[in-house]
Design a protein around this ligand. Sequence first.
Ligand code: GDP
Length: 301
Amino acid sequence: LVRLRARLSRSQTSLGRGLLALLSRDSLDEDTWEEVEDTLLTADVGVGPTQELVERLRTRVRVLGTRSPEQVRDLLREELLALVAPELDRTLATTRHPDGRPAVVLVVGVNGTGKTTTVGKLARVLVSEEKDVVLGAADTFRAAAAEQLTTWGERVGVPTVRGPEGADPASVAYDALEQGTQLEADVVLVDTAGRLQNKVGLMDELGKVKRVLERKGPVDEVLLVLDATTGQNGLIQARVFSEVVAVTGIVLTKLDGTAKGGIVVAVQRELGVPVKLVGLGEGPDDLAPFEPAAFVDALVE
Ligand code: GDP
């Protein structure tokens, strides 16, 4: 958590500090409010939420009149927190079912967003919680993808199920679940391909992977991985995936490399599902649960 704050506050300073400075001005004229709006839009908060927030801030600042720096900070903290929907349930379903079936977590997203890395890091988190994990390399299109996942598996100490290059992704996913059940694993994490160039093909493939897994019982989580640095463009891609499979949570990667933390707000609004995890770097320990209060504190520190 300390690291989360350190990482975030380093990259997100422009959002939090910028807003604090603007709202601390003695008189807030129209130009200042425009600057507030620009700051939020630049951080990818999105048009709708930005307008709502500015409206609320205007009212509250008017009511307050003269403000101390502490009051400005508290006010901003409260309003930003409300914006990231702290009431949403962000727990991950990673408990084995009473019938012995492992929890199934399907990880989807566009290639390059950090899917495979996220699967590896998540496996590590689960192993540290003393859970038995099996990985499924259902991105069979690129041999390098299965290779990369296997390397993560070895690093974390969990088995990876893979097929030959070009194998049916659904059959690899099914094999991984079979293997996980035989090994009495707690969780099976399935990495998938994300070639967005062919939307119909992608839909067919992901739909089939999910259906095949569901022969054994419901899929517990569908995590959509989204690269925070791709902004509104990433959101459009995210929407395509959420049309194909019912997403249960978002993993926002590369938050360490961007000042655009407002994407948390935008993506939750857009897809109606919570950000559950955030990626804060390329290393094995750089995945953290998304905690709204800690996130907002890091912004306005
Ligand atoms: P995939 O194609 O979606 O499976 O993406 P990869 O897992 O191969 O990741 C693509 C690149 O992004 C790799 O170089 C990763 O190390 C990097 N990456 C993934 N997550 C993060 C993150 O949270 N922060 C940073 N800085 N880099 C990341």
